[in-house]
Design a protein around this ligand. Structure first.
Ligand SMILES: C[S@@+](CC[C@H](N)C(=O)[O-])C[C@H]1O[C@@H](n2cnc3c(N)ncnc32)[C@H](O)[C@@H]1O
Length: 219
């Protein structure tokens, strides 16, 4: 069923809150179809509302994970978690942040439960919900700040081997700076990567390589 496009006239007037319909989302994502089918391709939906785009991308990615890995619960778990971990959102209104996290969790979880049946692993579900807590954040997509004026910190999740993930935290402001052409050569937080021949942002924090089922222990 399609979501309601508008919650209230006040919210439309104050926040420009009009949600994109599923049909429009699907048509727009068809334009970047090959990316939506890459399990590890990252997506950021700024002003994500309740995640119209992220939820459709997640469905498409999980379709691919299911096609390839449905015979192995082990592989399905690690690749479906990887797919989920590539989706990022920033949103100004707390209820939308909550709705977005819940919507994405429910898509991931219903597919997982269908596949795993009674042998589902509660720690894997905890990992999914923890990753969403870190990836869908309350903040202003224009100033790139949280409501208390702090930086918006996103976690990058890399699947290293087996079910082990590496987490590195980055300041969204620096990520956006480093992807623009206007580089400040004296910016101490960017490092020149001779192989990629570009400046890359340094993580503000790195975590030890951790099994996906224990990710939530490092809050
Ligand atoms: C037009 S809606 C789009 C929502 C969603 N991306 C979609 O396509 O359905 C705009 C969203 O941006 C949020 N918003 C407004 N100003 C914002 C800001 N400065 N930073 C982050 N989100 C903002 C609103 O609360 C609303 O959820």
């Amino acid at each position: 069923m399609d979501h309601k496009k508008i919650k209230s006239r006040e919210r439309v007037a104050t926040y420009g809150e009009v949600f994109t319909s599923e049909k429009e989302v699907a048509a727009m994502l068809d334009l970047v179809e090959s990316q939506t089918k890459r399990i590890e391709a990252t997506f950021l939906e700024p002003s994500c509302g309740d995640g119209a785009f992220l939820s459709e991308i997640l469905k498409r990615k999980l379709g691919i994970v299911k096609n390839i890995y449905q015979k192995s619960k082990y592989d399905y778990e690690r690749y479906s978690i990887l797919a989920l971990s590539t989706l990022y959102g920033v949103e100004l209104l707390p209820d939308n942040v909550q709705n977005c996290r819940e919507r994405l969790f429910s898509i991931w979880d219903s597919e997982y439960l269908k596949l795993a049946g009674n042998s589902f692993d509660e720690d894997c579900r905890k990992a999914a919900s923890f990753i969403l807590k870190k990836n869908i954040l309350l903040g202003d997509a224009l100033t790139l700040r949280t409501p208390d004026g702090g930086p918006i910190i996103f976690a990058e999740w890399s699947l290293i081997s087996g079910t082990k993930f590496k987490r590195r935290d980055y300041d969204l402001h620096e990520l956006i700076e480093s992807s623009s052409n206007q580089l400040d050569l004296f910016d101490q937080d960017l490092e020149f990567d001779p192989e990629a021949r570009t400046f890359i942002p340094k993580p503000i924090r790195e975590y030890p390589i951790t099994d996906l089922k224990e990710l939530y222990l490092n809050d």
